[in-house]
Design a binder for this molecule. Sequence first.
Ligand code: C5P
Length: 236
Amino acid sequence: MKKPMELMIALDFSKAELAEEWMDRLGDLPVVFKVGYQLFLATGPDWVAQQTARGRRIFLDLKLYDIPNTVEKGVERACDLGVEFLTLHLSSGRDALEKSQKQVEKSGSSLCLLGVTVLTSFSEQAWKDLGTALGTDEISIQGSVTGLLNLARDTGVPGIVCSGWDLRDARKVNPDFFTVVPGIRPEGSSHQDQKRVLTPKEAQEAGARAIVMGRPIFEAPDPRKLVEEILAHARQ
Ligand code: C5P
């Protein structure tokens, strides 16, 4: 049977109390809470470990990017926190990715590493501008995403974070990738700084295994109702 699409709620706050308030409000629903570095720097690893000890499902979105040894050691520490998902940039390169995945396996943790391809806030022009700054004009989002997906497959990284628009390419590279899609906006809501967006329904139809949503939930007139509606569709 097809697994339901997971909903990951981005707790992009600077205060533990706010994050806890939202986890109390929504934590009885089958959702994952995403802790990014804004909240992580305000709360710390002990706080994260307390949440997982209480049974909260946590996605630690630290988007690690450094030399291989440093990334590997970061992954080792994250394995101790009981989190379910951890992000690292696929552009960290082959060595960092291989070492990180081996570290997860060595620690016996059930953590799922998620490789970030190209951030969903990049437009084609902004990506080209970055390419020019890096010394190449021959760059496209699709080309970069495909190259990074190949790297994830070759290094054994089991999950990826990508735009909903890149899901088809991701499936072609590895149909078993755990695909996580941010840049999700319900019909009619503001895109804010996200560029390559999909609605939750579109993401599900495109085969996303999980979607990430933050601001549209917190800004909704009835956040719980919105979450319940998304979960109901995700389970159809
Ligand atoms: O509020 P919003 O729904 O835009 O939040 C999206 C979340 O997903 C943010 O926490 C952002 O850091 C994260 N994210 C993203 N694009 C990626 C990877 C992660 O927007 N490629």
